[in-house]
Design a protein around this ligand. Sequence first.
Ligand code: BLA
Length: 508
Amino acid sequence: TTLAAAFDTSICEMEPIATPGAIQPHGALVMARADGGLVSHASANLDQILGLPAASVLGLPIDAVIGRVNEILLREARRRGSETLEAIGSLRRADGRLLHLHAFQSDDMCLDIEPERDEDGPLPPGATQSVIETFSGATTQVELCELAVHGLRKVTGYDRVMAYRFGQDGHGEVIAEQRRQDLEPYLGLRYPASDIPQIARALYLRQRVGSIADSRYQPVPLLAHPGLDDLVPLDLTHSSLRSVSPIHREYMQNTHVAASLTIGLADGERLWGMLVCHNMTPRIAGSERRTAAGMIGQVVSLLLSRLGKVEDAAEKLARQATLSALIERLSVGETLVEAICAADPLLLELVGASGAVVRLAGQELRFGQTPPAEAVQTALDILGHTLPSELLPIDDVTLRYPELSDLAAAASGILLLPLSSGGGDLIAWFRPEHVQTITWGGNPAEHGTWNPKTQRMSPRASFDAWKETVTGRSLPWTSIELGCAHELGEAITAEMAQRTRAELARLR
Ligand code: BLA
């Protein structure tokens, strides 16, 4: 099954999501060459949206299609200094209908044309602002996400709004949710990394807002002027009408979601997670609501980074106090061994361990709950060879080294700190097993299957809650704990040097 999984993933990564050659049907797209402004491409539905057949505009100057004012808009978009060159404008059709224009640069100039919709009505003035104002009350990333899904549901009106946070291995977890009361809750569920391929994650960093109006839509192809088409696939990354991968449309249908509005959340350069709005019936997110969602997402992204640092700092501060107290004790007592014995609970507190073995100057000290002596000896024999001069954190020691099964009763996690005095001097901390039940939205081993009929991958069809019990693992050693262990090592080295100097002075 490992082979099959690798196969799935690589196929998903080949989806041409930025260059699908088609758009969603609720708007039209026109592309003009940067040199000369002649129309090189138009979507096949231009007639329905703009009232001009696509074939009739290919090769014409863009101003003949959307008017002089909007040619200026295009030029404006091109000249802007920002990274993604964008501008918006509007156009009234002969029949009085107002069209929203969104100009952006691909290789050439591209224009999304969408009917201005009033089904949802205009947003009340200040709506976005007042959502953003609530964020100042958040003290953790999770609280911020709770405020964000609440505000976003109010502004967008979608049936369900979730905050999705990515884990180390790429899986996603729903950490906040607001939903229509009759819908089943997804809060706390996890989804495997393969549900959102890397290419889609990269795209949501470049273009933070994306929307799918109806998972059952028929893609509208782009027609090209033969003389102006340079046969390079058009990059629709920044088009609000970009047609999405058929695999993902099928995924949405399998989950009975008709429409989505998605906002990428970034912590610096990394995609931290997503805010995902679902509607059970088709729904077009108009430009005003997409803009509001984008602004909310920008603020959440900025605050996420800040809150992450604050949360880290709080944990660090607590540990730092333990570290300082521990270091102070090192100089008390006849010998370093005595000093460490006297520092008993601090040594375990420092890294959140339940037990520790210290080997120093030919002695072995034991603190808290430790595995039997022989089991510790075998573990140190085996692990001591792997990384002799560095910290070694392991949270699944008996899974990784089945020969160490005697450790299991007392420890699943082990943190080894070799001491610079050498000769096998070290500190080994232990942590017990932490049994965890994870609820997946569907069996995570079922990524999808190859469908010979469509000649492409099909996403999995069952999303029933699937419980996984994770055993044989301790809580992971955090980077802050590793930092503390490292600093303790340095302090012990310094203390040894200090005691040696004092000893020499006494002898002299
Ligand atoms: C895209 N998959 C996505 C997106 C989400 C998910 C949120 C971004 C676009 C959007 O918001 O609609 C996944 N959606 C979820 C999850 C939940 C949800 C986990 O609502 C949980 C509640 N998908 C698969 C497999 C493949 C795949 C097997 O399951 C590939 C073989 C592909 N997913 C896939 C692709 C995209 C995607 C290609 C990008 C679609 C696009 O933008 O063109």
